[in-house]
Design a protein around this ligand. Structure first.
Ligand code: UDP
Ligand code: MG
Length: 320
């Protein structure tokens, strides 16, 4: 068990992908935050920030390496290629094996770093998991707000337990982290996996800022990919929905067939060209969509069965 009364060895895990524009600022803010925490006796003096360079093409790794030589509070690992945010995060969580509590945060500091103090207090009160949820989405575009709202509603309807407006800003203590690392799935959706651990957890709310520099690494394409990953890794409802639609369409088809036969018996011969064409297109569409959904699940099985390593560490700096 952790000694929650002693100052914890805190690791702030930060995935970075092409973040040269903001990283020097972020590292400055984070190290002063750590120093202040150490001075106030809130965290242990060996606490650190662990940057994971997720195969960046810019000067991100150079910045991490240089900063790490200047202060022992900065550690870095460099992944051999871009493995995606979730995998980079996982690499960091694994690498922070000496920490008593680990907080994951984005490199753009859109999440308020000072909230980590609140998270630590919540941890001291006995929570193994403390999730940060933003209390507004004012910094997002109307489109992102709308699609995110739709996504959370969809997940909720399908019975997946995820906290609304919580991204990957959260504290996990040693016990929760060890439990999380036992999940070996390749299709990672960490915010869906964390509630499965089941240890005492709570949520703290904060206001999320706009990105100060650099641009979002989550364009629409990647957001849709993450949403599909989240849905298909955690729910088989879409498959059931397909079966249900199949039944409804079959019933309607049976009625249509009966109607056609009666019509034919009544002597009408060449009528109905339009309705047949519409029916063919409609069925074609439904079938393609259904096959797509099933294919998505089969693809998941395929990727899981290969059990490929999720990342490779190419270089480390200051790491233990
Ligand atoms: N990120 C990463 N690998 C990727 C994409 C993003 O490590 O392939 C990192 C990125 O550097 C940032 C975090 O994930 O620290 C969140 O990305 P971003 O801020 O661009 O997402 P948004 O806040 O726009 O959803
Ligand atoms: Mg961001």
């Amino acid at each position: 068990m952790n000694d929650r009364n002693a100052p914890p060895l805190l690791a702030v895990v930060m995935p970075c992908y092409n973040e040269e524009a903001i990283l020097p600022h972020t590292l400055g803010v984070t190290t002063s935050f750590l120093r202040k925490g150490i001075e106030d006796g809130v965290i242990d003096e060996t606490s650190y920030v662990l940057c994971i360079d997720d195969g960046s093409h810019d000067r991100t790794w150079e910045i991490i390496r240089q900063s790490s030589t200047a202060t022992p509070h900065i550690r870095g690992i460099k992944l051999s290629r871009n493995c995606g945010h979730q995998n980079a995060l996982l690499a960091g969580l694994k690498e922070a094996f000496d920490a008593q509590a680990v907080v994951s945060i984005d490199a753009d500091l859109q999440d308020d770093i000072k909230v980590i103090r609140t998270m630590l207090s919540a941890w001291r009160e006995g929570n193994d998991v403390v999730c940060g949820a933003r209390n507004n989405r004012a910094s997002d575009t109307a489109f992102k707000r709308g699609t995110a709202g739709l996504f959370y509603r969809l997940m909720h309807t399908m019975g997946v337990d995820i906290i609304p407006n919580h991204a990957d800003f959260r504290l996990l203590d040693r016990r929760a982290l060890d439990a999380l690392l036992r999940y070996s799935e390749r299709n990672l959706f960490l915010r869906g996996m964390v509630p499965l651990i089941g240890f005492p957890s709570t949520t703290v709310h904060y206001a999320r800022q706009s990105r100060m520099a650099g641009e979002s690494k989550y364009p629409l394409r990647r957001m849709i990919a993450l949403a599909i990953e989240g849905i298909t890794s955690f729910s088989v409802t879409p498959l059931r929905f397909i079966a249900f639609t199949g039944v409804i369409i079959s019933v309607f088809s049976a009625i249509a067939i009966l109607y056609t036969i009666c019509d034919r018996l009544n002597g009408h011969v060449v009528r109905g060209w339009a309705s047949i064409t519409i029916a063919i297109f409609f069925m074609g569409g439904v079938q393609m969509l259904s096959l797509g959904v099933i294919g998505e699940y089969i693809g998941k099985i395929y990727l899981e069965t290969k059990r490929r390593p999720r990342f490779h560490i190419e270089e480390t700096t200051n790491a233990q």
